[in-house]
Write a protein that binds this ligand. Sequence first.
Ligand code: ATP
Length: 445
Amino acid sequence: MQYETMHIGFDDTDSPRRGCTTYIAALLVEKLSKMGVQFLDYPNLVRLNPNVPWKTRGNGALCLRITCPMEMDVEVKEAVVSEVEQNSDLEWEGTDPGIVFLTRKKVPKEIREFASKAITGIVTKKKALSLIKRFEAEAVGFKKGRGIIGGLSAIGETLENDHTYELIAYRTPENRGTPRKIDAESVKKMDKETFPETFNNVDAETGRILITPRGPDPILYGVRGETPRAVKKAFKIIKPLEPIERWVIFRTNHGTDAHLKPVNSIKDVKPFHPVIVRGTVASNPKTIPGSHVIFTITDRTATIDCAAYEPTGKLRKIAKKLIRGDHVEVCGGVREPADHPLTINLEKLHIIRLAPRFSYQNPRCPKCGRRMESMGRNKGFRCRKCDFKDPNAKKVAVEEKRELKPGWYVTEPRSQRHLTKPLIRYGKEKKGRVKVELIDCWHSP
Ligand code: ATP
């Protein structure tokens, strides 16, 4: 029997009122496995540029990488199309599902490059369709079919370098849309026993449980970690207080900073692109209503505002302490609010060099050492104790201790994007081709 390798990418199936593309992946894992299809990898959950204006929530796209007998080709494709069709919110105006099938072993470099652009910037459906044609892939689009972009990108992001895992547990249909029931103490216990192999379970500043989302989607919780075994261990510790319909372990680019692309100068910062850019603080930060902190950075080419919003927590407090002249690297997404200049929404701040801060004090008396007093503007200083006078004396600059230290500062876990690399992951990045060990990675009813 001859076998073929197929990469199945899909996206844009849900709406703010229902659904989740990861759930369709979970249904397909069950359906395809029962058909006898072999999975070559964990289902891949690929987060694309978090600053695209069309996203529903987290701009996630999915890819299943499988092998099956060639004669099953049509059966597999039909199963995928029907599952996507049945589980997409097609009546919702902005939901435009897309599916891409690429039947070849290696994902071509051009499709990998397309994915990298979709993660860091903006790509077009036209370009996606031209690559699909060139590499003899097949695409199915519903309505505007915008999801084809995400589908192809999920295929192209093969997660060969840094990646993490997420175990997602799904709710039964009757509970969806109701408050999630989970034993908070068991989540804290899980965090204690598995951190840092799992991360972003609990927000340290507020104690809030972060693994449960808030919307009407079918997810009960998602645990993120470095390895499949770590998230599975976490799963065994967490006590759900409602039934779990199914769970799946995804391999993902969560927590890898894949979206942040360094640009050489501030003039290269573009709307809807997440960036890393260096500059010098141009004026002392301002706090605006809502406790958001705004500061401006500049280089030889341009000036741009940076905003540390209230939920960024400690990051906002650090940003507030910057002063004019500090040399920093800022990381974040760029929005273009209609009536404002470009603003970088701060996710991370790297303080490279602190500018000295001076306060000006009256000089000390050269005779008795007491601090002198002014004799009037530009009239010098005199000593009250020994009556020494110096008409030429001037205030002296004293360098003040700064309350900041150079280094990296990251927004609080509760306001981190899916893609934001938490500080705890620094130095743990997986490099080069990492062998992926497939463990028992899903369960269905
Ligand atoms: P879901 O839970 O379905 O994944 P979401 O928040 O990920 O929801 P989508 O509903 O998938 O958002 O909407 C994002 C849309 O934007 C998709 O149609 C996708 O193809 C498209 N898209 C994603 N990234 C880019 C990009 N970088 N450039 C252009 N289009 C993009």
